[in-house]
Design a binder for this molecule. Sequence first.
Ligand code: NAD
Length: 371
Amino acid sequence: MRITVLRERRPGERRVAVVPELVPKLTEAGFEVAVEPDAGAELHASDDDYRAAGAYVGDDAIDNAKVVLSVQPPDLAHVRHLPEGTVTVSFLPTIQELPLVRILRDRKVTTFSMDLIPRTSRAQSMDALSSQALVAGYRCAIVAAERLPRFFPLFMTAAGTVRPASVLVLGAGVAGLQAIATAKRLGAMVEAYDVREASAEEIRSLGAKFVELPLEALGGTGGYAREMTEERAAKQRELLTPYVANADALITTAAVPGRPAPLLVTAAMVNGMKPGSVVVDLAAEQGSNVEGSKPGEELNVNGVTIWGGRNVPSQMPLPASRLYAQNVVNFLLLMLKEGNVEIDFDDDVIAGSCVTHAGEVRHHLTQDQLG
Ligand code: NAD
């Protein structure tokens, strides 16, 4: 039975769903692994590396595939030719991909979305949102350090003392915490804020200072944040203004599941920053935490650099692919039994991440959107 790894086709996507070193995990489980040519080119994994790992590489890799793996959702062109009962596994932000979901449903493809893996202890090894957020958070800190025209660490030299950079991180989920940890490792003075109650302890455990604001915490279900009212959002921005003005580098990573990213920093707040400061907005693609930031663009606004993230994990394709591949393989191994795919909907990880199966949309939120 064939498992096919697609070459990514969406512009800017540099990751691959399975790296060569993980091919044996699937072949040893009794499956043939077929890979499209150049699938790993962006991370310098050659076709020969895949062949040496035991995969078949060819333009016809998708023919007779039972399981199709990718990072981005498969192309419409591919999906239209998938036989009934094929299984696909990829990121699939269903609300943004409704036309594709309709076709997957109508072709009776079984579709799993890595965005929907439940965030439970059991599913941690399959949690691709977390693994990719880790890469993104690290990258944000590195981008800030690289763009800032000064040192991150303290230097005490014969020529005098250089004070460390002040870094402010807003939003301390998986990405924010990784940005904090990385900025700390580089020696910056780091402060951070998040609306979740548990975040104060998480931030402090990394050696950063938690910014205490006289506002209620906003914990929602499953450890996620709730959306703010406009009144609270305005108050939060007002209270954060002096912290933003004081920061040499500001990194924003705030998100609320299923909603556009909250606006945490207005253009006026950016204007209050010192010339030469840097703003890194990881949420630029989800609606922006920072007014004026644009995904994939680096702007200079009155001397302040504003860097808007776009597919940030893909900017580090090797570690991002390795982690994603491990997540995908761990997920697949739940279903691969004796050389076959067995889909057990009593398993909460399998049931929770399934979007379409046997001609139906199983994910309730997506079902509601499709009407
Ligand atoms: P996310 O990407 O949805 O959001 C990023 C952060 O933005 C969150 O910490 C959120 O609280 C924060 N935020 C939202 N609105 C904000 C605002 N107005 N101001 C400041 N910050 C704001 O979150 P995530 O990184 O995916 O993780 C969120 C939660 O999920 C955390 O509690 C994390 O510990 C938990 N989690 C659990 C597991 C697991 O149990 N397996 C795995 C991953 C994450």
